[in-house]
Write a protein that binds this ligand. Structure first.
Ligand code: 7TS
Length: 421
């Protein structure tokens, strides 16, 4: 637990300075009854809720300056363009990108990874190359690589995971060789919450291979500050909706030299410099990868979401979420039928489990009837379910606005579930 020393010289825990109760007030959706009970929202890994500041930003955009960007023909368009490009700067600063042009707007993580798998992979891979993809991945960081491998004759190889749910570093070392051209892995696993030690893995990969490293950051940014330069990865993808922003927006950060060398992947407006039937030339970064009218409102509101998160004490956020996990483990001790799935060295705000003799979907339905929202199933991460020999899990995933009371509600609801089943 972190601590701070106040002016009187007393040491206080950061958790006292951080108030999830106060944060809850900023999220209107949380204050409702579901199935006759006050809502306990524990499905944050699927999508986070939105603070009023983000909702207001969307409303202001649509009520005051909705307009297309980069046309420069009138005042509203100028205002929208400035806000849209400022939002890109916010993302660049948030990730500590070297240059703002390294941030490409996408619809989310899935589209960001597909961009790399199409544009980078299809032009850099050849038969015999190897792609290492961890067993912990969401399908969106597996399937695009399988498609790229199919198109090029390269081979996708799974990076093994230990019984605890960590990437097996010894096994990974064995797999590293000069034929490995890409390593794809997440920062935080959505299914188990494992936090991958990128600061160890990336130097290891770089020392033994010429591979570029694609990091799926979908589950990391709402919990941990990320510095892409320090990580020394090559690509980092995220979804705005898991980061207190709207759906339909996200971004790819990529190293400038790699992005410069990559061809466009979708053709259309915005991404061109000049079009003629004699031949077309393409726009510069980042527009080269942004064909068509972007999600202008989404980008601007995403920046508002990042500003909201940045205004919080990030260390206190981590301490708070760790506390919720520790409390979950403590309460789980009273449930002999409950098995936590994944006991990795470092786990983010995910509590994935099964109850002996109960199907995860039934548990989820009975929790929902008591106002507790969790996700059940394979979480679009079937390989890791296969690794553990289970069809799925019940997953409670926590965020800044969850409280100890929410965790208590989850476990008292689980007690009833056990009684039913
Ligand atoms: N990568 C990870 C690690 C994810 O958790 C998700 C979504 C994605 C990629 C895809 O993100 P999208 O915004 O492009 O769809 N994960 C989940 C989940 O765990 N439950 O619902 C969606």
């Amino acid at each position: 637990m972190s601590s701070v020393v106040n002016k009187a010289g007393e040491t206080n825990s950061v958790e006292k300075a951080f108030s999830a109760e106060d944060i809850r007030k900023d999220f209107p959706i949380l204050h409702q009854q579901v199935n006759g009970h006050p809502l306990v929202y524990l499905d944050n890994a699927a999508t986070t809720q939105k603070p009023q500041a983000v909702i207001d930003t969307l409303t202001t955009y649509y009520t005051q300056y909705n307009s297309n960007v980069h046309r420069g023909a009138h005042a509203l368009s100028d205002r929208a363009t400035v806000a849209f490009e400022n939002a890109r700067k916010t993302v660049a600063g948030f990730l500590n990108a070297n240059k703002v042009e390294e941030v490409i707007w996408t619809r989310g993580t899935t589209e960001a990874i597909n961009l790399v798998a199409y544009s980078w992979a299809r032009h850099n891979l050849k038969a015999g190359d190897q792609l290492l993809v961890s067993w912990l991945e969401h399908h969106s960081n597996i399937v695009p690589w399988q498609m790229a491998a199919e198109a090029s004759g390269a081979e996708v190889i799974g990076m093994p995971v230990t019984e605890a749910g960590d990437i097996d570093l010894a096994a990974l070392k064995e797999l590293l060789n000069p034929r490995v051209k890409l390593v794809a892995l997440n920062h935080v696993s959505n299914a188990l919450g494992t936090v991958n030690p990128l600061e160890d893995i990336i130097p290891l990969v770089k020392a033994e291979t010429p591979a570029v490293v694609m990091v799926d950051g979908a589950q990391a940014l709402a919990h941990y500050p990320v510095d892409v330069q320090k990580l020394a990865c090559d690509f980092y993808a995220f979804s705005g909706h898991k980061l207190f922003g709207p759906t339909g927006i996200g971004a790819l950060w990529g190293r400038e030299d790699l992005l410069e060398a990559m061809p466009p992947w979708q053709g259309g407006g915005e991404m061109i410099e000049r079009v003629s039937f004699a031949g077309t030339t393409f726009n510069t970064l980042p527009f080269k990868f942004e064909a068509g009218t972007p999600d202008i409102a989404g980008a601007i509101a995403q920046a508002a979401a990042i500003d909201y998160l940045q205004a919080l004490d990030r260390e206190a956020v981590i301490a708070h979420e760790n506390e919720l996990l520790a409390y979950s483990l403590e309460l789980a001790q009273g449930f002999p039928r409950l098995h936590k799935i994944g006991t990795a060295k470092k786990v983010a705000a995910v509590f994935s489990f099964n109850l002996d003799g109960a199907h995860p979907a039934d548990v989820g339905m009975l929790l929902d009837q008591q106002g507790v929202a969790v996700r059940t199933g394979h979480h679009c991460a079937q390989p890791i379910m296969e690794r553990f020999g289970i069809p799925g899990t019940v997953r409670a995933s926590y965020s800044i606005y969850n409280t100890r009371d929410d965790v208590k509600r989850l476990f008292s609801a689980l007690e009833k579930v056990q009684g039913f089943l």
